[in-house]
Structures are given as structure tokens and as C-alpha cells.
Design a protein around this ligand. Structure first.
Ligand code: IPE
Ligand code: IPE
Ligand code: MG
Length: 263
């Protein structure tokens, strides 16, 4: 509610104006963001790509805080894809270092905001130093009841579907059933996002019109919002703009009748 923003939003600001336009009964249950444009942000300033990633951490803080205050059910952030290993080693290392630092510095605040932290993706492939920081944050926040913050790390939508199909098939086999009996529900139950609400809104920054292997299954009927804003420049006002835009969409899910957004 509006009062949750009282301490951070100044009267008469663009944030406040947008907050008064938010329909609090039709918030996206699950909002996911493809955080893109860090390299271009740095290049525009004649800085190395890593400076863009560092600046991007401030945007992460802003959206996590805003998502929690809005009362979103789930916020999922695409931080590292299964394809991002193609980048130079020093860039990959820098991203992993920043993730660890973010978790160390932000864990108290995340916990204070009643956020439950988790990762999605094949994290077993990450360095043990990163995994232990992830485990610490996940365990510390496991019983929190507010927004679920999922960070997608070594995440690929295709890998997720393959992992889910394998798990679903193993269960069928154990029950003596055949592959023909595999249903959408069986697969859905094994997705990394199985504990999360339906994906309602997918945001991509930096203007690229593609999904880049993110939440392929979940985005079947998600609303898509693309902004030209580069990720390091993304702040509360941009997230609110996306939410307000989403609330003006008419969702039909293949039918003819308009379906009210969320709840
Ligand atoms: C997004 O910014 C961050 C990650 C993919 C980790 P990019 O690094 O892709 O920035 P651009 O797209 O090159 O500007
Ligand atoms: C998508 O951005 C991955 C993340 C934001 C983590 P990329 O920059 O890797 O995607 P492409 O290469 O432009 O498709
Ligand atoms: Mg990119």
C-alpha cells in the first residue's frame, strides 16, 4: 500500500504520482526482469563493462526494495544465463564476486523486509564460495513469508524444461506409467519455479526484443514490457511505470473475454 512507501517517496515526486495510479488489487503476482544493458551503459561512459555491472547492483537494490513494498508475491531477476559462460573469464568472475558481495551486504535488509531468497538454475556448476553464500542467504530467509526473491543463476529456460521433464519422467516410471501419460501439470510441478505464483509480467531493459532463454515455459501468457532504459539506470519509477502499464493490458489467454489481471 501507499503507506509502505511513505518513508522513501517524497511528496510531489514522479514516484508518488505513479504510486497513486497503481491498482493495489491487480498487482502482478510474479514479476521477472531480464536485467540487460550494463555493458552499453559502461561503454557510453568510456568505462569497462564491469563498471556497468557494478552500477547495476544499485538497480537491483531499488527493485527488490520496491517489489517488497508493493507486496509482490514473487520477483525473479535474471543475473546469469547458461549462455553467459561464453563471456571472458574475468567478466564471469567479476559477476560472481559481485553476487557474493551483494548477498553479504544485503542479507540483513532482505531479511528485515521479510523476503525469502532463493536461486533458480543449475547452481551446482557455480564455485563453492558462491554456493555457500547462496545457501546462507536461502537458509537465513527460509521462513520469511513476504516476497520471494529468486535470482536466476546459470539459468536457461531450455535447461529448466529438460530438468523438469527428466524429473517428471522418473516419477512416472516409478509409478509404472508410460511416457504418453506425461501431462503439462507433471512438468510444471518440477519446474524451478514450482513454488512461485504464475508469471504475470516480464520486463526487459535496454530495448532488446527477445527472451534470451529466460522463463520459456512460464512466459507462455506473461505480459511483456520492454523499456529502453539501461539496467544501471533502472529505479523505482521505472518499475512502477511497468506495473501501471501492465495493469492497463487486456489479457485474454486465448479466449474472448477480458480477464482481470491477477487476484
Ligand atoms: C546484463 O548486461 C548483465 C548480464 C547479462 C550479466 P550485459 O552485460 O548483457 O550488457 P550489454 O547487453 O552488453 O549492454
Ligand atoms: C540476458 O542478457 C541474460 C541476463 C540478463 C542475465 P544477454 O545480454 O546475455 O542476452 P543477449 O545475448 O543479448 O541475448
Ligand atoms: Mg546484454
Amino acid at each position: 500500500m501507499l503507506t509502505d512507501f511513505a518513508e522513501v517517496v517524497s511528496p510531489g515526486s514522479a514516484d508518488e504520482r505513479l504510486l497513486t495510479s497503481v491498482d493495489w488489487d491487480r498487482l502482478p503476482r510474479h514479476l521477472a526482469i531480464i536485467m540487460d544493458g550494463n555493458g552499453r551503459w559502461a561503454a557510453q561512459r568510456g568505462q569497462p563493462r564491469i563498471a556497468g555491472h557494478r552500477a547495476g547492483v544499485e538497480a537491483v537494490r531499488a527493485v527488490v526494495d520496491t517489489g517488497a513494498r508493493l507486496g509482490l508475491g514473487a520477483l525473479t531477476l535474471y543475473a546469469f544465463s547458461t549462455e553467459n559462460w561464453k563471456r571472458p573469464r574475468y567478466e564471469v568472475d567479476a559477476l560472481m564476486r559481485m553476487l557474493r558481495k551483494y548477498l553479504r551486504l544485503e542479507l540483513d535488509e532482505i531479511n528485515r523486509q521479510n523476503i525469502r531468497f532463493q536461486t533458480i538454475g543449475r547452481i551446482e556448476a557455480l564455485a563453492s564460495t558462491v554456493r555457500s553464500e547462496i545457501a546462507r542467504a536461502s537458509e537465513r530467509t527460509a521462513s520469511n513469508t513476504g516476497m520471494v526473491l529468486s535470482v536466476a543463476l546459470n539459468y536457461g529456460g531450455r535447461a529448466e524444461i529438460v530438468d523438469a521433464c527428466r524429473a517428471a519422467m522418473r516419477k512416472l516410471q516409478a509409478e509404472g506409467k508410460s511416457a504418453d501419460e506425461l501431462s503439462e501439470e507433471d512438468v510444471e510441478r518440477e519446474l524451478y519455479t514450482r513454488s512461485l505464483p504464475e508469471l504475470d509480467l516480464l520486463v526487459r531493459t535496454s530495448g532488446e526484443l527477445r527472451i534470451s532463454n529466460f522463463l520459456l515455459w512460464q512466459s507462455a501468457y506473461a505480459e511483456i514490457y520492454v523499456t529502453e532504459t539501461l539496467w544501471p539506470d533502472f529505479r523505482r519509477v521505472h518499475l512502477l511505470e511497468a506495473v501501471v502499464d501492465y495493469q492497463q493490458r487486456s489479457r485474454r489467454f486465448g479466449g474472448l473475454k477480458l480477464v482481470a489481471n491477477a487476484k
